[in-house]
Design a protein around this ligand. Sequence first.
Ligand code: NDP
Length: 278
Amino acid sequence: MHAEVDRYAVMGNPVQHSLSPLIHTWFAEQTHQALVYEAIEVPLDGFPEAVARFQGEGGRGLNVTVPFKEAAWELADERSARAEEAGAVNTLVLRDDGGRFGDNTDGVGLVRDLERLGWPLAGRRLLILGAGGAVRGVLGPLLATAPREVVIANRTLARAEALVDRFQGRGALSARRFEDLNGAAFDVVINGTSASLAGELPPVPEACVRGACVYDMMYGARPTPFLEWAVAGGARHSADGLGMLVEQAAEAFFVWRGVRPQTAQVLLDLRERLARGC
Ligand code: NDP
């Protein structure tokens, strides 16, 4: 069954504060695509049913956010190479025949945002903080930019080591505890922990951020606690993850519609809206 206007949505829990409906509505206006996009909060035990219902009602595609990205990977009957490597899906294409194509646009979103910022990655030393779903999703595209070295530091060392195993052979990748980073210097530091969500800081030695370009995947109206700390500690440049959010959305839009929206103005407008508190 087809809805009159193509329907898309983001599913997550919680999802009411998601900026995705706004971003995709702006993309649709800009590219003259007729579609509607909504946020659907899904019960923790109800994701497969919610996807089936949305698809049954004619829904054409979904973004998937915390905590359903692995479940979305399971539900896809065909996946892109980048979704396969991430073990997680943030974009589903829902086909008329009931099929589901799963993709992951988080990594390419981050890399495009770093390109926009003009932060070089090839031949550079990268420090990635955290070893959860977000980091697993971005590692492949980051390694594809040919950095000299990538160190993953995580509170639970075993999770960082598991990522090193998963991406074995893709570059100079190693796992460390935060306390073992003493004395190490990096060109680019990416915070992929969820520490900022709780207003906490990952225990990184200050020397790691001195002179570095420092990125926090988290974003907000104000600089995150991690970015404030890094700038005070001598970071050369800093940026939050709003650009990554917009770029991953643009890539999802392209996967669904075959049209690539412009992102620069959308990012500026979104930043202004966040600053105004709406
Ligand atoms: P997960 O729950 O999968 O992983 C959380 C990670 O953070 C783990 O490595 C965990 O360590 C670490 N961690 C949590 N609290 C602390 C702390 N107090 N100190 C040190 N380490 C801590 O989360 P995700 O990977 O899904 O998300 C991580 C972040 O990325 C979130 O802030 C999320 O908002 C952001 N994100 C942003 C996106 C964007 O588009 N901008 C897209 C996707 C995610 P341990 O393993 O020891 O528990």
